[in-house]
Design a protein around this ligand. Structure first.
Ligand SMILES: CC(C)[C@H](C(=O)O)[C@@H](O)C(=O)O
Ligand code: SF4
Length: 467
């Protein structure tokens, strides 16, 4: 018998039932809930007189719709639709007795940042949320699936999820990263390499020296974008760094339970003789600081490159590139470094953690922005507080950045933070789709350090020139 992958191990440990056609029922350890994808699910429970099966394993936080300006607890600050969704979450959390972090709670933030921060996300768990970026939690060696609203209802009612097993894919990043290259450059480069469909049908395990060397924050950035590469989930085997990050968090196990948990977590790695359905290997040394030029996360190039021409591509990508370039207002052949921007957004579940803010502040120290508008939106109230304590908030403010309250903010245009048509933004988020940051808005994805560099020069910039 061949060995098992990490994915196989977690899957097997949670398998409740498997039908002959492979349709399986998985036990779910954590259910994270936000305001956008949960209202109908709770309504479904109400209509059929059901309760939440495991309220102690269900955690809710409003993040997508909430404004990020002071005074936001006043419902008048929110557009009608947002107000309704946040009020519904408030009521559902109370009525069904689940854990809840309202906007007035310092622990409120983007659900994928709050889960790990509070110790809800632990190695070896199954974690679900009605949100595609649930993949983030895979950084802990947890099997984390994004699910749809009908599945949210199913998990609320039964604490189980119906799934079919995915195939195993290994993405290995060997060696060391060069200075100025970060976890964001790894994850964007992987998608640039495999394409947005490269992971379709797979769960990816990221491994290799460059992944091992990343902090937990960096690993979360990598796994966060597994979904943009088409994968069902992304995983990284837990190690000493993982255990150190988890230990002592409010909902992490303690005492004898900690010891027992640790013993099982130490078995969570892919066996040497495990079977991989697909393997991708990238040399860490070959990864450059990158930016996206188009309207798909796979439109990735090193910052030293030029805007491509449609003819550089094949098949359907030729027309897609034409359309992208048109939407983005770019001319083939121009240097990426000559692209002027007017907005900078630092935040999101991809790059809204303390390490991201440190990296950006490091570049901004003592400098001023050269763009129309720049904002930092910490991923949680606790990240915000820590950044204030470390003096990072002062660096951002003195540079000319707006220092906001936690939420998804300008990652997507579901709240008041939006681009105007034609505005061009250097963003640390994960999606550059048409209209993602506001109708007609243009998004270039990059790392926090690269976004800070762009803020200082007013154009896409190679961060290594400012280091
Ligand atoms: C609103 C939500 C369903 C959505 C997702 O699933 O990812 C959002 O978080 C996003 O990033 O586009
Ligand atoms: S920060 Fe962006 S990507 Fe993350 S959950 Fe919010 S909207 Fe989705």
């Amino acid at each position: 018998m061949t060995g098992k992958t990490l994915y196989d191990k977690i899957w097997d440990a949670h398998l409740v039932h498997e039908a002959e056609d492979g349709t399986s029922l998985l036990y779910i350890d954590r259910h994270l809930v936000h305001e956008v994808t949960s209202p109908q699910a709770f309504e479904g429970l109400r209509m059929t007189g059901r309760k939440v099966r495991a309220p102690e394993k269900t955690i809710a936080v409003p993040d997508h719709n909430v404004p990020t300006t002071q005074g936001r607890e006043n419902p008048e600050e929110m557009p009608e639709e947002s107000r309704i969704q946040v009020a519904a979450l408030d009521k559902n959390a109370r009525d069904f007795g689940i854990h809840y972090y309202p906007v007035t709670d310092i622990r409120q933030g983007i659900v994928h940042i709050v889960g790990p921060e509070q110790g809800w996300t632990l190695p070896g768990m199954t974690v679900v949320c009605g949100d595609s970026h649930t993949a983030t939690h895979g950084a802990f060696g947890a099997l984390a699936h994004g699910i749809g609203t009908s599945e949210v209802e199913h998990v609320l009612a039964t604490q189980t999820l119906i799934q079919k097993k995915s195939k195993n894919m290994k993405v290995e990043i060997t060696g060391k990263l060069a200075p100025g290259v970060t976890a964001k450059d790894i994850t964007l480069s992987v998608i640039g390499h495999t394409g947005t469909a490269g992971g379709t049908g797979y769960v990816i395990e990221y491994c290799g020296e460059a992944i091992r060397d990343l902090s937990m924050e960096g690993r979360m950035t990598v796994c966060n974008m597994a979904i943009e590469g088409g994968a069902r989930a992304g995983l990284i085997a837990p190690d000493e760094k993982t255990f150190a990050y988890v230990q002592g968090r409010p909902h992490a196990p303690k005492g004898a339970q900690w010891e027992a948990a640790l013993a099982w977590w130490k078995t969570l790695y892919s066996d040497d003789d495990a079977h991989w359905d697909k393997v991708v290997t990238i040399r860490g040394e070959d990864i450059a600081p990158v930016v996206t030029w188009g309207t798909s996360p796979e439109d990735v190039l090193p910052i030293t490159a030029a805007v491509p021409a449609p003819d550089d591509f094949k098949g359907g990508k030729v027309d897609a590139a034409k359309r992208s370039l048109d939407y983005m207002g770019l001319t083939p052949g121009m240097a990426l470094k000559d692209i002027e921007i007017d907005t900078v957004f630092i935040g999101s579940c991809t790059n809204g953690r303390i390490e991201d803010l440190r990296a950006a502040a490091e570049i901004l120290k003592g400098k001023k922005i050269a763009v129309k508008r720049a904002m930092v939106v910490p991923g949680s109230g606790l990240v915000r507080a820590q950044a204030e304590e470390e003096g990072l908030a002062d660096i951002f403010r003195e540079a000319g950045f707006e220092w906001r309250l936690a939420g998804c903010s300008m990652c997507l245009a579901m709240n008041p933070d939006q681009l105007q048509p034609g505005e061009r933004c250097a963003a640390t988020s994960n999606r550059n789709f048409e209209g993602r940051q506001g109708r007609g808005g243009r998004t270039h994805l990059m790392s926090p350090a690269m976004a800070a560099a762009a803020a200082v020069t007013g154009r896409l910039t190679d961060v290594r020139e400012l280091m």
